[in-house]
Ligand binder design. Structure first.
Ligand SMILES: [Zn+2]
Length: 300
């Protein structure tokens, strides 16, 4: 987005926060202050007439160019926000530039390292009529970092131990190495946790397999017991059948015995009648003999 605001200031450094706030949308100004607090504004090059910068926004990095020209403040940002008359990024850059361009309390003293909040800029700072530059990040530190980075990358890819980070004077470079070491350490911890979890899962799988086998064995036993029970049931049924038959036979035997007793008593009765008849016949025979004897004597 581009914007053009009438502005009577002669130098960008004269635009103080109150003035910036007066022309800004309240929400955009508030977010810009937040960006400042979070150190997300990077002034790449600046003088009192022009600032080139970048801001780490919520959705990426945006680049800005802000100029004072012909009584106007011209701002350009690579974002697509519709905040008027300036986006939060340009407001953040102006606030940062104002803070940065204020004279240091000990301006007479030799140039000291910048305060921590400003140490994070890649800056070639040019002031009006003064072209001296201050490298806030030491080039030697950057070189050390770049030399360290390939071996660190290799170690991270191989999941090995990181090489010792370089000793740097620049807090920014130290922050980079610390961030990488921190990430690598986090990843190593995660890998260890993953390995531990995998081992636990393997143990549990073994346990589940063993329990499954035991269950299978128990089911086989139950099945065998069921078969035995079925066989026993069949045998019992057979025995019951046989018992029924035996009971029937016993009843029939009792009946037969009674019939035999009846037959026997009949026989006994008939026997006595035979004896009586035999006695009668004997008597008749004796009578006949007795009758016949005298008759025989007479005939002689
Ligand atoms: Zn913007």
């Amino acid at each position: 987005m581009r914007n053009k605001i009438p502005c009577s200031a002669e130098r960008l450094g004269l635009l103080d926060p109150q003035m910036i706030q007066a022309v800004s949308e309240a929400s955009a100004f508030q977010i810009a202050q937040q960006y400042l607090t979070e150190n997300r504004v990077r002034i790449a090059e600046a003088d009192d007439a022009q600032i080139t910068s970048a801001v780490i926004g919520n959705a990426g990095l945006y680049e800005q160019t802000i100029r004072l020209k012909d009584g106007h403040l011209l701002s350009k940002c690579s974002c697509t926000l519709s905040e008027e008359p300036m986006c939060r990024h340009c407001i953040g850059v102006l606030l940062e530039y104002h803070r940065w361009s204020q004279p240091k309390p000990n301006a007479d003293a030799p140039q000291e390292s910048p305060p921590p909040n400003q140490a994070a800029h890649f800056v070639n700072r040019k002031t009006a009529g003064n072209t001296s530059s201050i490298a806030e990040v030491k080039l030697s530190d950057v070189v050390k970092f770049m030399e360290w980075l390939p071996s660190a990358t290799t170690a991270i890819q191989a999941q090995g131990q990181l090489p010792d980070p370089p000793q740097c004077d620049s807090p920014e470079v130290s922050a980079w190495t610390h961030a990488i070491c921190h990430l690598a350490e986090g990843r190593r911890t995660s890998d260890q946790a993953a390995t531990r979890l995998r081992a636990e899962m393997r143990d549990r799988e073994t346990h589940v397999r063993r329990v499954t086998q035991e269950l299978q064995a128990s089911m086989d036993e139950v099945k065998a017991a069921q078969m035995t029970a079925e066989e026993l049931r069949l045998k019992i049924a057979t025995y019951e059948d046989r018992l029924t038959k035996v009971a029937k036979l016993a009843t029939e035997m009792v009946t037969c015995e009674a019939q035999l007793q009846l037959a026997a008593s009949d026989l006994l009765q008939q026997d006595s009648q035979f004896e009586k008849i035999a006695g009668s016949i004997k008597e008749i025979a004796q009578t006949l003999i007795a009758t016949a004897k005298p008759m025989l004597k007479d005939s002689e």
